[in-house]
Write a protein that binds this ligand. Structure first.
Ligand code: NI
Length: 287
């Protein structure tokens, strides 16, 4: 009788130990999984969407010398550390560059270690080539918005091509690169535009209406109330009110856990691959 009691006790103790050991193993496994997920979400990745980057290298092929091509491939793949677990918003600026305003936007972005995409007009790049170069050299994205802002859907295919070629020539002369992507003026799209324009067509899903209100407060309000993870925000770096809104809103977005990035960075981080003719409204809306 005493023996059986002792055996039972021993068994009970053993069971307790086994449960404890199992618990420790499970806890260790859970820690491992969490660490693995964390490491993956903060891993470094290339700042330019690979498909866009490769496309631009191809697009620039005809105008590049062999050593320039090599330099360009390098410059297209400058790694910027982005925490993928953060909420990402792409800021886009149209109709510039504008001397005295674009530089302030660049400075405000640099201050928070943010970047953005600039959809430039060829005629303004020709007027302010040093500002276009500054956009490129500061790791922001060089993108195109036509030569002088016509509604492309009203133009012939050869006129659309001329708008693109003149714009790209001005960009190339200013900073050594053609446009990485394109935004048609007024968002005007048809089959001819999709056929002629090199690269993906980037629209937006958050319109700040900054050109209409010309109010820093109203522009900020739309960004802070509407913009969320994966969105593409439309602004114009040619208005004083927009510059002020950007200067004020960037630190607030940082505080709220957002990372402001280029369109390519956004698509890369969200695992979205785009090609010529694709229409992009946000990381979640591709047509
Ligand atoms: Ni425009």
């Amino acid at each position: 009788m005493r023996r059986t009691i002792r055996t039972r006790r021993r068994r009970r103790r053993w069971r307790k130990r086994r449960a404890a050991v199992l618990l420790v193993i499970m806890a260790l496994m859970l820690t491992g999984i969490v660490t693995f997920i964390r490491a993956r979400s903060t891993q470094e990745y290339r700042s330019v969407n690979k498909s866009i980057g490769e496309y631009v290298v191809q697009a620039n092929d005809g105008i590049l010398a062999a050593d320039t091509r090599e330099k360009m491939e390098k410059s297209l793949y400058v790694p910027r550390k982005i925490d993928k677990s953060k909420k990402l918003i792409a800021f886009t600026f149209d109709d510039g560059p504008m001397q005295g305003k674009t530089e302030r936007v660049l400075k405000a972005l640099e201050k928070e270690n943010f970047r953005a995409t600039f959809f430039m007009l060829g005629e303004n790049v020709k007027q302010y080539p040093q500002v276009a170069e500054q956009i490129y050299k500061s790791g922001n994205e060089v993108a195109g918005h036509s030569w002088d802002h016509p509604l492309l859907t009203k133009l012939s295919e050869s006129q659309i091509k001329s708008q693109q070629d003149r714009m790209n020539q001005a960009l190339y002369e200013a900073c050594g690169s053609k446009a990485v992507s394109f935004r048609p003026p007024y968002g005007g799209l048809n089959d001819s535009v999709k056929k002629i324009i090199d690269g993906p067509l980037i629209l937006w899903n958050i319109d700040t209406l900054d050109w209409k209100t010309k109010s820093a407060k109203a522009t900020e309000k739309i960004i802070l109330e509407k913009a969320k993870d994966g969105d593409i925000v439309l602004m114009h770096d040619i208005h004083e009110s927009t510059v002020q809104a950007v200067e004020h809103v960037l630190p607030i977005l940082k505080q709220r856990g957002y990372e402001v990035c280029t369109v390519s960075e956004l698509l890369e981080a969200k695992g979205v691959q785009v090609k010529k003719g694709d229409v992009v409204l946000s990381a979640h809306q591709i047509r």
